[in-house]
Design a protein around this ligand. Structure first.
Ligand SMILES: [Zn+2]
Length: 100
């Protein structure tokens, strides 16, 4: 499927973001927003899929941010676990928080 790729668009009216499959040589025209139906969605940038998880709100997050985010998710999960299961979580969390 060469020539086709997925782009991220953001609506200038309602800030809704969405993916759209477009042709590589397609002109950059405002696209219709699926949320408010206005032709005011603009291409943000094209991000290779293997990098996509490191981006959020158009900002690049580095690996340590990813680790901290995962650690805080585990901390939240740990609260709902019985004490006997928590040690495993603590080990994982301290591994994640440790600098490389
Ligand atoms: Zn919109």
């Amino acid at each position: 499927m060469s020539g086709w790729f997925s782009s991220d668009y953001r609506c200038k009216q309602c800030y809704f973001t969405f993916d759209k499959i477009t042709k590589k040589d397609e002109k950059e025209e405002p696209q219709e927003c699926p949320q408010c139906q206005q032709d005011s969605a603009e291409r943000i940038m094209s991000i290779p899929n293997n990098l996509r998880h490191t981006y959020h709100d158009g900002c690049k997050r580095d690996e340590s941010w990813q680790r901290l985010k995962k650690a805080s998710k585990l901390e939240r999960e740990m609260i709902s676990k019985p004490e006997k299961d928590r040690q495993e979580y603590r080990n994982e969390i301290s591994k994640l928080k440790k600098p490389k």
